[in-house]
Design a binder for this molecule. Structure first.
Ligand code: CP
Length: 303
């Protein structure tokens, strides 16, 4: 692997290798000097708590030098172009560049135009992909249910605008999940079924969650919607929110995931977000070891 831009073309063996390495780091720790002398720069054009901080921690825990690029104090505000910024940063000696951007395809564009062999890692681009979230969600599910081929997984929420849903579906399909259901109000379902091959769609959450082994709830992404598309919060919660009553329709040991940040009381009730079946904070913890595994893989450090 040269870059990590999407999970679309990544095969099962590669995903399993990354998950195994992440699990190894989680359970046995990692050598503190594994990436000594390497430089990882995080460049975020959109806000982030989990992804950015976990990449910084992942780099530090493997001994890399980490630079958290502060866009608001950079020469980008003086009009420096993105490619000039990229080439300037590369000239200082970068090994990995972690990019989040609101435009689909921007990390791939930077990868195409890089002048060095810097590894580009997509930390979320528009509605397109969030590959490390897909990997850490698969890792979280596997810790309790490694039998992916037997799982019924329901993803509920703003599927249309969700890069997480796309990357989760790609990872889970590659790992063998056959029963993957997408549930949302019609206006938030994918525009074309081709965007989510092999997934069923539904707009009745009670039906879609029945018997589910895993339910992944998604945030309403107001920043990616026209104002006219915003649902009324109470109405949305009544039809598509995960509360105790609805969770009882799922399998008794159903795992509840949410990539965060959470809109409490809209897509998920606090008693479920904080309840015994919630894996949300496990996802956060797994984010660090998953990103450690990705950095080690891309920077070609032997396992
Ligand atoms: N899940 C996720 O991408 O969260 P952040 O926006 O906080 O990074």
């Amino acid at each position: 692997m040269r870059h990590l831009l999407t999970l679309e073309d990544i095969d099962r063996a590669t995903i399993l290798r990354l998950l195994d390495r992440a699990e190894h780091f989680r359970t046995r720790g990692a050598p503190r000097d594994l990436l000594a002398g390497r430089t990882v720069l995080t460049l975020f054009f959109e806000p982030s708590t989990r992804t950015r901080t976990s990449f910084v921690l992942a780099a530090k825990r493997l001994g890399a030098d980490n630079v958290n690029f502060d866009l608001s104090r950079s020469s980008a505000v003086k009009g420096e172009s993105l490619l000039d910024t990229l080439h300037t940063l590369e000239a200082m000696g970068l090994d990995a560049l972690v990019v989040r951007h609101n435009e689909n395809g921007m990390p791939a564009y930077l990868a195409e135009h890089a002048k060095t062999d810097v590894a580009l890692i997509n930390a979320g681009d528009g509605t397109h992909a969030h590959p490390t979230q897909g990997l850490l969600d698969a890792l979280t599910i596997r810790q309790r249910r490694p039998d992916f081929e037997n799982l019924h997984v329901t993803i509920c929420g703003d599927i249309r605008h969700s890069r997480v849903a796309r990357s989760d579906a790609q990872a889970l399909h590659a790992l063998g999940v056959r029963d993957l259901r997408l549930c949302a109000p019609r206006a938030m379902l994918p525009e074309s079924p081709d965007e989510f091959p092999g997934c069923a769609t539904a707009d009745d959450f009670d039906d879609a969650i029945e018997g589910a082994d895993v339910v992944i709830m998604l945030r309403i992404q107001k920043e990616r919607m026209a104002a006219a598309q915003f649902p009324e919060a109470a109405d949305y919660h009544a039809r598509f929110g995960l509360d105790r009553r609805r969770l009882a329709l799922a399998a008794p040991d159903c795992q509840v995931l949410h990539p965060g940040p959470i809109n409490r009381g809209i897509e998920i009730a606090p008693e479920v977000a904080d309840g015994a079946q919630s894996r949300i904070l496990d996802q956060v913890a797994n984010g660090v070891v998953t990103r450690m595994a990705v950095l080690a893989e891309l920077l070609a450090v032997p396992a």
